[in-house]
Ligand binder design. Structure first.
Ligand code: 3PG
Length: 395
């Protein structure tokens, strides 16, 4: 794969497609891990005299300018971390953006406004995306892909722009491909996959191929409820889409045939509402009261999950085990993180949410084999799917 080391960047205008889709509380960034992860690429380009144009999406504003998703706080944080001025014209492909890019000195940096304020960015219509990509590419000379977390999206800035410019991968993408590549070939076994989190609809589909690849799959977080329901258990008022129960039942059968163990929580931390102050209790996973919702895996499950992880040769973890942002519901996620750090396995933490969770709970990235910035992207990559952003670079 061609990297930024292969590009002559001095004096050139270089567009860096990053994934700075960071968690926000109002306009406060609660975890800046994704911004920090792209600093090596940006610093290298700036030090080599490039004129850098950073672009990214933030959230899902739906193709409209919605200032709750403005990148202004991200531009400010990037400036602090780089200790340089970050020009933020508040525009994407309009005159203000083009003027800022034209005026930038060597070693200067401009950050464009949220790409998803333009509906063409995510359009499934090739013409619409292509027209937007032409306008993004017009004021720059080169393209660097450093937003691994978005590379599974066939979006204008990810797929169409690199088809129009000389392109290369940034250091973040290079490191992701090297580390995640170890989960696609010569896997050290047992291979344990830990899945959780709240984006059940997005992730349920990957379990089929993971059943083929993994030896054991541990399921916590909201992802556990369709499986518990498929086993005939009532899940109270826990997060559950009934359409997912049949899918989960199919996976349980598929796993049984393949000899892959799917391990579900045996106990669950429940409360009547998703609030730190609500009375919490631990109940058996097959006895969740009707008016209570599961907010974390229980201590017995946490111990079982930790034990399985400690016996593994390779562990891939995507998705917190509970609502880790609430102190009473963080123990399951903490126990899994602790087990990964104590394991001799090659450990990969995948996903913006999971990376943020381990950092918020006090675990440094260095405690794991690799902390991926990509959630959906890392899941697709380890299943062997072609990521549009990587395909465009190889073109
Ligand atoms: C992520 O957070 O997984 C990436 O930034 C991609 O975001 P998306 O799921 O909204 O495309």
């Amino acid at each position: 794969m061609k990297t930024i080391d292969d590009l002559a960047v001095a004096g050139r205008r270089v567009m860096v497609r990053a994934d700075l889709n960071v968690p926000l509380d109002g306009d406060r960034i609660t975890d800046d891990g994704r911004i920090r992860a792209t600093l090596p690429t940006l610093t290298a380009l700036l030090d080599r005299g490039a004129r850098v144009v950073v672009c990214t999406h933030l959230g899902r504003p739906g193709g409209k300018q919605d200032l709750r998703y403005s990148l202004a706080p991200v531009a400010a944080r990037l400036g602090e971390l780089l200790d340089r001025e970050v020009e933020f014209p508040g525009d994407i492909v309009g005159p203000a953006a083009h003027a800022a890019i034209a005026a930038m000195p060597r070693g200067g940096l401009v950050m464009l406004e949220n790409l998803r304020f333009n509906e063409s960015e995510t359009s499934t219509d090739d013409m619409s995306r292509g027209y937007f990509a032409d306008r993004l590419a017009a004021p720059v000379d080169l393209y660097v892909a450093d937003g691994f977390g978005a590379m599974h999206r066939k979006h204008a800035s990810v797929y169409d722009v690199p088809l129009r410019l000389q392109s290369a991968a940034g250091y973040l993408v290079q490191a992701e491909v090297a580390a995640l590549g170890r989960l696609t070939a010569d896997i050290r076994r047992p291979y344990v996959v830990v899945l959780g989190g709240a984006k059940v609809a997005d992730k349920l589909g990957v379990i089929g191929s993971l059943i083929t690849a993994a030896d054991e799959i541990l399921i916590g977080g909201a992802m556990a409820f369709p499986f518990l329901a498929a086993q005939g258990h009532k899940v109270g008022s826990s997060m559950l889409e009934t359409s997912q129960v049949d899918v989960a039942a199919g996976y349980l059968e598929q796993a049984a045939r393949a000899g892959t163990e799917i391990i579900l929580p045996s106990d669950v931390v429940v409360a009547a509402e998703r609030a730190a102050g609500a009375p919490h209790q631990v109940v058996a996973a097959d006895a969740i009261p009707a008016d209570q919702m599961g907010l974390d895996i229980g201590p017995e499950s946490a111990a079982l999950f930790a034990d399985t992880i400690l016996r593994a040769g390779t562990v891939f973890w995507n998705g917190p085990m509970g609502v880790y942002e609430l102190a009473p519901d963080a123990d399951g996620t903490r126990a899994v993180a602790q087990a990964l750090t104590g394991s001799r396995a090659f450990t990969v933490v995948g996903g913006g949410d999971t990376g943020a969770a381990v950092r918020v709970l006090g675990f440094p990235d260095s405690a794991f084999g690799h902390v991926s910035t990509g959630g959906g992207a890392s899941l697709e990559f380890i299943q062997g799917k072609a990521l549009p952003g990587l395909a465009a670079l190889a073109w």
